[in-house]
Design a protein around this ligand. Structure first.
Ligand code: AMP
Length: 276
């Protein structure tokens, strides 16, 4: 595995691969990698000749009171995991944005509400960094996790709207054996917070089970979910259309339950399919 720190080195390598007719897969991350991230690498690896992973904690997608400065890092451990999962090129930029960078990419509609509503500017930061990463890597396929379900929808929208020649693939959310959705931010949790964090998956599972056994009324489903959640503060619990992410009052087709909640300062998100 090769590791590069400059956008120019990244461009040079990926251009050579494209010119050789090789299919490039790409997994963008913020590092502190876990089995959720490596599942994306495995998914991409099966669908490409050369696999690129980026590790960049993107300041643009953090709000002023969020955890940019404390975001967990472990570059040596991350590099070992990338090597184990067949990554060909690891991009850990020293300087990602050019000094005079003046562009923002903003998606409306699907980025509104949920995390977009609670974290103003967050998805503008995400689409801006992903657009530049797509420009640098020019991958044939890029894999994103359903853990960040709204992010996946926003990236799909941007890719379609800007006619970017990248196939965006969504990969399933990976959990710890006890049900907690894997997240780099789980490292912040105290044992008590982690134990209570399991209630997010319990709430979503209760909602999915209720839908499977015939409940269709969303207010009833939300009440059922809220009853289960043991958080310091619930940020949101919602049911949305699985594709458009439009709010729904009755589950008539594929839907998604999405939750965000605080445990101390740590904000966890989770989601689950509701299949009538
Ligand atoms: P992050 O490093 O948090 O920016 O995440 C990088 C990519 O990994 C995103 O596409 C996430 O959706 C994905 N990801 C993070 N956690 C998980 C998980 N538990 N299961 C599947 N994908 C995940």
């Amino acid at each position: 595995m090769e590791s590069v720190a400059s956008p120019d080195a990244l461009i040079t390598q990926t251009r050579a691969w494209r010119q050789a007719g090789l299919r490039i897969g790409f997994v963008p991350t913020m590092g502190f990698l876990h089995a959720g991230h490596t599942s994306l690498m495995d998914r991409a690896r099966g669908d490409c000749d050369r696999l690129v992973v980026s590790i960049f904690v993107n300041p643009l997608q953090f709000g002023p009171s969020e955890d940019l400065d404390t975001y967990p890092r472990d570059l040596a451990g991350d590099a070992a995991k990338c090597r184990d999962h067949g990554v060909d090129l690891l991009f850990v930029p020293e300087r990602f944005y050019p000094r005079d960078f003046s562009t923002g990419v903003s998606v409306s509609g699907v980025s509104e509400g949920l995390c977009g509503g609670r974290r103003p500017g967050h998805f503008d930061g995400v689409t801006t960094v992903v657009a530049r990463l797509f420009g640098l890597v020019q991958p044939h396929v890029a894999v994103f996790g359903e853990k960040d379900y709204q992010q996946l929808a926003v990236v799909r929208r941007m890719t379609c709207d800007l006619a970017l020649a990248v196939e965006v693939v969504g990969a399933p959310l990976i959990r710890d054996p006890d049900g907690l959705a894997l997240s780099s931010r789980n490292a912040y949790l105290t044992p008590d917070q982690r134990a209570r964090g399991l209630s997010l998956n319990r709430a979503l599972t209760a909602m999915a089970d209720a839908v499977a056994s015939g409940t269709r009324d969303v207010p009833q489903l939300l009440a059922l979910g809220r009853e289960q959640i043991r958080a310091d503060r619930l940020d949101y619990l919602e049911v949305r259309d699985a594709d458009s992410l439009a709010p729904v009052q009755t589950v008539t087709g594929p839907a998604r339950a999405l939750v965000a909640a605080f445990y101390g300062q740590t904000r966890l998100i989770d989601n689950r399919a509701l299949v009538p």
